[in-house]
Design a protein around this ligand. Structure first.
Ligand code: PEP
Length: 254
């Protein structure tokens, strides 16, 4: 099974109109068919970027989605609003949202369902903290976060992507070794296989995230079960981001 690698750039609460212009001009005619690229700017830039990249294969996503459809929820953005902006993907359950905004597995499930209801592909982030890894709980934490979503019959497993992001590697400069990341990706794929079937497991893209940079991308992306990267800091440096995309485009799996 050939899974096209996907490189996602999560800007978090960074960027500006000037940076949007720079990124758009870099990617305005991007047409590499060997790699999928999705940029996740803050909400306010999604619609503009989507329009300006209409001749490019680069897709645009949102960093969050409300669990609610509409109403008195100040500050929230609904699935239908994201769809109106032609948003293609949404990040769900990023560790910064789980830790800083106390998002639970149940809310992640609601967000996945809400995204899929509007035809937006959710990228579900899962990841263990340093303490959990040190206490040898990494695999059970990932299993719990994943099962909370995939075991619900309302979730369309054909329209779901997973990102394994060890919390201790996000924005810290520490990266899981390729072998460590591959172990967890293999574990996630085996859970998908057991609960959703072999075909779904083989078709689902599992991204790695956590201090992916141009100098470690190739080794990580060469792993059998690593199908791309969710890139934070390095997506804010255009040259680094394009280097990572190039690495994904030319990668040979081990
Ligand atoms: C992220 O934001 O999901 C992330 C992995 O960040 P960084 O690449 O900066 O570690």
């Amino acid at each position: 099974m050939k899974r096209t690698p996907l490189i996602a750039g999560n800007w978090k609460m960074n960027g500006s109109s000037i940076f949007v212009e720079e990124v758009v001009s870099t990617f305005s005619s991007f047409n590499d068919q060997h790699v999928d690229v999705v940029i996740f700017p803050p909400f306010v830039y999604v619609e503009t970027m989507k329009k300006l990249l209409s001749n490019s294969l680069v897709k645009v996503g949102a960093q969050n989605i409300s669990t609610f459809s509409e109403g008195a929820y100040t500050g929230e953005i609904s699935g239908s609003m994201l769809k109106e902006c032609q948003c293609d993907y949404v990040v769900v359950g990023h560790s910064e949202r789980r830790v800083l905004f106390h998002e639970s597995d149940q809310e992640c499930l609601q967000k996945v369902i809400m995204a899929q209801t509007h035809g937006i592909i959710p990228i579900l982030c899962v990841g263990e903290s340093l303490k959990e890894r040190e206490h040898e709980q990494a695999f059970s934490v990932i299993e719990q976060q994943l099962m909370a979503v995939i075991s619900d019959s309302r979730v369309n497993s054909q329209q779901l992507m997973i990102a394994y992001e060890p919390v201790w590697a996000i924005g810290t400069g520490k990266t899981a070794t390729p072998a460590m990341a591959q172990d967890m990706h293999h574990f996630i794929r085996s859970l998908l296989s057991t609960h959703l079937g072999q075909d779904t497991a083989q078709n689902t893209r599992i991204l790695y995230g956590g201090s992916v940079k141009s100098d470690n991308a190739s080794m990580l992306l060469a792993q059998k079960d690593i199908d791309g990267a969710l890139v934070g800091g390095a997506s804010l440096v255009i040259e680094s981001f394009t280097d990572i995309i190039r690495a994904a485009s030319s990668v040979k799996r081990v």
